[in-house]
Write a protein that binds this ligand. Structure first.
Ligand SMILES: O=C[C@H](O)COP(=O)(O)O
Length: 252
């Protein structure tokens, strides 16, 4: 963790659940928020953002979307804009997740446009970066992540409290994680890159790690240098596991 940064444990529910399970999960998190040393964020599917935001109203648990369109409105069938997310009760939005980059061919330039739209709507973007396994094996991970940071982060992101999540593609949903040394090295690298590009304000930008975070490995990962929280997929669908990860945040 980074001194002075309150850790964030974010749950990306991806395309899972239904209205009932989303409500039950939100209810299970309601009571726990105040007792934690970490901030909590949950990102349900679009369809459930509104109901989850209502269920968590008045709590310290924030709600986010999993993507947004770069435009405010218009003829974009199937898409959701940043102001719509805000209107539904969201305060955050995940952008550039590798599943969006792979499934929808999203580029870093598009992620930057979406991040600009999110900021304009008053949402905090959580921009995801990360290398594939082939890129890691080829020793290209820093070059790949450095380029994604450079090409995805817009002006105003750092000063508005934008969040970066490092998610090695090969660690997502696989049960595999990089070594603790490799996670720390990448987070140190990202911190250096951001401070070099954006100045000292970036020394307090939250850097999350994502990819097979579970209660059993959270303590070790969350204690690492420049790891300021986690972006959790599968384990965020089980309230007890998500809260166990939040309780693994080291005390300052
Ligand atoms: O956004 C979350 C990540 O893709 C991590 O997913 P996972 O915890 O299921 O590996």
């Amino acid at each position: 963790m980074t001194p002075g940064i309150r850790p964030l444990i974010a749950g990306n529910w991806k395309m899972n659940g239904n209205a009932r399970s989303a409500h039950e999960l939100a209810e299970a998190l309601r009571a726990a928020g105040p007792s934690l040393d970490a901030s909590l964020l949950v990102c349900p599917p679009f369809l459930h953002v509104s109901l989850v935001a209502s269920a968590l109203l008045g709590t310290s648990v924030a709600v986010g979307g999993q993507d947004c369109h770069a435009k405010v409105s218009g003829a974009h069938t199937g898409d959701i804009s940043a102001p719509m997310l805000r209107d539904a009760g969201a305060t955050h939005v995940i952008l550039g997740h590798s599943e969006r980059r792979a499934d929808h061919g999203e580029t870093s330039a598009q992620v930057m446009e979406k991040a600009e739209a999110a900021l304009a709507a008053g949402l905090t973007p959580v921009i995801c970066v990360g290398e594939t396994e082939a890129q890691r094996v080829a020793g290209e991970h820093e070059a790949v992540v450095g380029a994604q940071l450079e090409q995805s982060i817009p002006l105003g992101f750092i000063t508005s409290g934008g969040i970066v999540a490092y998610e090695p593609v090969w660690a997502i949903g696989t049960g595999r994680t990089p070594t603790e040394d490799d996670i720390a090295a990448m987070h140190d690298f990202m911190r250096r890159e951001l401070v070099n590009s954006w100045g000292p304000t970036a020394s307090v930008t939250r850097l999350l790690y994502g990819g097979s975070v579970k209660p059993s490995n959270a303590t070790a990962i969350l204690a690492l240098s420049n790891v300021d929280g986690a972006l959790v997929g599968g384990a965020s669908l089980v309230a007890a596991d998500f809260l166990a990860i939040a309780r693994a945040v080291p005390q300052e």
